[in-house]
Design a protein around this ligand. Structure first.
Ligand code: CTP
Ligand code: MG
Length: 381
């Protein structure tokens, strides 16, 4: 039976070690709040059914800004003075929906690779708890006042990461029984004699703790920026409306095509596949397969968006130009932006929809069809 998996993000801390100002989970990274990156990483994994975020009562406005347009989020709940209290509040809020498994994750770890979630879910088949960790590689020293005192063996020592994954009922019960706060949920579970499996963590899954971590993240975010372009044409045919970027526009003709012939959405989809160098829409959805006949084009776009996330990229911008003499695009451009923003998880200020005629020249000028071109920009953080 498929297990119901919920994620619980603790975001109620104050981030004191990261310096003054906005708490670290709301600070921008590559133009978007840390928390939004974290949520995207979890939402991109097919197994995650929904997400509960635990926030500080002072952080409602930045939370709302950071989560705008994201789906599968449960209403936020408030945390407590310790991380343990924050986790417990989140678990209690989730209890009504009774997931089978909960992934408890730090808001401040935005670079969670999807493979970690895969490993955790596998490990949970044989253990009530599992977490990612990396063996300590540096020599360890006990020291005081800036002076080395005694070496400490590093054998058998691990650096813990999150998500820490548990059978939901087991960890909720462990929290109810706990008498003192613990550093993390593994500590709490182990204190109570539960088995917790270690799976291989990932250096990329580091926690943003100090200003230096933010500097590193910004540096790394500059590393893989890609643009892709797309171009598509559909001929007019008999009909009374065209669909462009998912918006139905009444017109003297329809558009001819195997799917719903949404030439603009196809172009944007191809721009995304192009940026990933993963072929084009025709390779992913062959027109020879009857399955896609008359299909709504958002299926195609959603596939491209899913591939972007699976490859660890974030879409930062989409620009699309529609070329036709008619219908007039201007009155519908805002609705199109909103629809593309919704489907891609972008805010509308990162989606541009423009139109031009071709001065009555060529096939678009002769009103034989509509052409569209698009550019998509992706960033890997
Ligand atoms: N956290 C929480 N509630 C608390 C304390 C921490 O939800 N009372 C969350 C933080 O928001 C963070 C995660 O637990 O996502 C890991 O904690 P940490 O990195 O220590 O974050 P902060 O406590 O915010 O930072 P600092 O310790 O530097 O103040
Ligand atoms: Mg802390």
């Amino acid at each position: 039976m498929k297990r119901k998996v919920s994620a619980l993000i603790v975001a109620a801390g104050r981030g004191t070690r990261a310096g003054a100002g906005l708490p670290k989970q709301y600070r921008p990274l590559g133009g978007e709040p840390v928390l939004r990156h974290t949520l995207r990483a979890l939402l991109a994994h097919g197994a995650v059914r929904d997400i509960q975020v635990v926030i500080h009562p002072d952080d409602v406005p930045p939370y709302e800004a950071a989560t705008e347009g994201l789906t599968r989020l449960r209403p936020p709940v408030f945390g407590g003075d310790t991380r343990s209290e924050s986790v417990l509040n989140g678990l209690e809020a989730l209890a009504a929906k009774a997931p089978d498994i909960v992934l408890i994750h730090d808001a401040a770890r935005p670079f969670l690779p999807p493979e970690i979630i895969d490993s955790l879910l596998t490990a949970l088949q044989g253990s009530p708890g599992a977490f990612p960790a990396l063996p300590v590689v540096d020599a360890l020293w006990q020291g005081a006042n800036g002076k080395a005192e005694a070496p400490h063996p590093r054998e058998g020592l691990y650096r813990a990461q999150t998500p820490q994954a548990f059978d939901f009922a087991t960890i909720l019960n462990a929290h109810h029984k706990a008498t003192a706060p613990a550093d993390d949920d593994v500590a709490l579970a182990v204190q109570q004699g539960l088995d917790v499996a270690i799976v291989t963590g990932d250096e990329r899954n580091y926690k943003l703790t100090t200003p230096a971590d933010f500097a590193r993240a910004e540096r790394e975010s500059m590393m893989d920026i890609r643009t892709g372009n797309g171009f598509d044409v559909h001929a007019f045919t008999e009909g009374e409306a065209v669909t462009l970027c998912g918006v139905r526009i009444p017109h003297s003709h329809g558009l001819l095509g195997h799917s719903d012939a949404d030439v603009a959405m196809h172009t944007i989809t191809d721009a995304l596949f192009g940026a990933l160098a993963e072929g084009d829409i025709g390779q992913w959805f062959p027109p020879s397969e009857p399955e896609w006949k008359g299909a709504a084009s958002d299926i195609f776009l959603q596939k491209a968006v899913e591939r972007v996330a699976a490859r660890g990229f974030t879409i930062t911008h989409i620009d699309c130009t529609i070329i036709c003499e008619a219908p007039k695009i201007g009155p519908h451009a805002e609705a199109m932006r909103a629809e593309i923003a919704r489907l891609t998880g972008l805010t509308p200020d990162r989606v541009s929809i423009k139109a031009t005629t071709s001065e009555k020249l060529g096939f678009t000028g002769r009103k034989e069809g509509i052409a569209a071109m698009a550019t998509a920009t992706l960033v890997k953080l």
